[in-house]
Design a protein around this ligand. Structure first.
Ligand code: NAD
Length: 375
């Protein structure tokens, strides 16, 4: 089995496999080819990869010489040109939203796996890149907010008077939201949290946050633990409750998502305009439209004295640990298809392999994606 690790393009600093992850594969006789300088921005030198048993090669050599290609982000146009049909491609390419890209991958006859659609089951937890990257995002969002507000996070009683703690409002208590609660509490803030899934209330309280309940949320048990679209009446009541809390907050962290859909709009322009000057909104849902009406993805803007940071990918600013977690998730996934002698076998009966595969034999095979495309 020959696995190729490609260098990421643009502002991406992470790499799919760090040398330590490569070594796990080379130890079981898998040949690993790594594109030259793939790990540099994550502080992994070519020599580190060579010491781990990898061969350093050019992009075209890695693509032509590997049976499976691994990346974090989708293939670039150049890579698409170079890749021959029949290869296996493993990355994170958000197939539930990027339908045209998926069609292109199917036409190329790649057997593709997108780790962001891995089933959310206990067995798949160790392969769940969304959880890993959400952990980084939740943590970094809090640090960014703490760095941007004009006051302290913790309460201080000093000779120069008492400093009140920062008030942090968190919208959405999934993996990123829960990490944001934990990090905000460690820094001493007072934390209030909204979510539509009642199941998360105990976790929020356990981390020291206050769960704000809004009556009448649709909590669909058949949605696999995810949130679903809410009724208009609920949205109105929730918007009012969020408004009342946001105007008293120093920080609002937006993390609410509905998989395969635009992020729910939870923070209206009027609310932002009633917030305290100097307050900061960090919108982690920016790439899917944002929870705040004024969010611009990838930009920081100031509106009426309120700073709005639209960033869904703080992970690129923590490339060492983010790559380490991503790589470990990949290794755990590869464990399902490569035995300890380095032999490759795709078991289509395995629900994780089946649930993560997006295209095979020129067809889109992912059930949820097929139903979204046919809607
Ligand atoms: P997500 O990124 O899809 O959404 C983030 C949060 O936003 C969720 O808690 C969601 O309920 C909330 N949300 C959506 N609409 C909202 C609205 N209108 N108002 C307020 N909040 C709203 O979520 P996630 O972090 O990917 O986690 C989703 C679920 O999957 C959780 O139950 C989590 O524990 C579970 N999970 C399971 C595994 C596993 O078993 N492998 C791994 C990770 C997460």
């Amino acid at each position: 089995m020959v696995i190729g690790v490609l260098k990421e393009a643009g502002s991406e600093k992470r790499v799919a496999l760090l040398p330590e992850a490569v070594m796990t594969l080379t130890k079981i006789s898998v040949t690993v080819m790594v594109e030259k300088d793939a790990g540099l921005k994550a502080f992994a030198a070519n020599a580190d990869y060579e010491a781990a048993g990898a061969k350093i090669a050019s992009k075209s050599e890695v693509i032509s010489g590997s049976e499976m290609l691994i990346k974090i982000n989708p293939l670039t146009d150049e890579e698409f040109q170079l890749i021959n049909s029949g290869k296996i491609f493993l990355a994170q390419f958000n197939p539930l939203m990027n339908h045209q890209l998926v069609k292109k991958i199917a036409e190329k006859n790649l057997t593709s796996f997108s780790l962001d659609v891995i089933p959310r089951t206990s067995r798949a937890q160790a392969m769940d890149i969304l959880s890993s990257m959400a952990t980084v995002n939740g943590y970094k969002a809090v640090l960014t907010a703490a760095n941007s507000i004009p006051k302290f996070f913790p309460m201080f009683m000093t000779a120069a008077g008492t400093i009140t703690p920062a008030k942090v409002l968190i919208l959405g208590a999934g993996v990123a939201g829960l990490q944001a609660i934990a990090t905000s509490r460690k820094l001493g803030a007072v934390v209030q949290v909204f979510d539509v899934r009642a199941a998360v209330k105990e976790e929020v309280i356990g981390l020291g946050g206050k769960f704000v309940e809004v009556e009448g949320a649709v909590d669909d048990k058949s949605a696999g633990g995810y949130a679903v679209e809410q009724t208009e009446e609920f949205k109105k009541r929730q918007a009012e409750a969020i408004h009342n809390h946001a105007i008293k907050s120093d920080v609002v962290l937006c993390t609410a998502q509905i998989p395969g859909k635009k992020a729910p709009l939870l923070l209206k322009k009027e609310t932002v305009e009633s917030m305290k000057p100097g307050a900061v909104i960090v919108d982690l849902a920016a790439s899917t439209g944002g929870n705040c009406e004024l969010t611009k993805d990838g930009e920081t803007i100031v509106h009426n004295g309120v700073t709005i940071i639209g960033n869904s990918n703080f992970a690129i600013d923590m490339p060492s640990d983010a790559s380490k977690m991503f790589g470990k998730n990949i290794l755990n996934f590869l464990n399902l298809m490569i035995n300890n002698k380095g032999e490759f076998n795709l078991n289509w009966e395995d629900d994780i392999i089946k649930g993560t595969c997006v295209t095979h034999n020129r067809e889109i095979v992912h059930e949820r994606l097929k139903s979204l495309i046919n809607q």
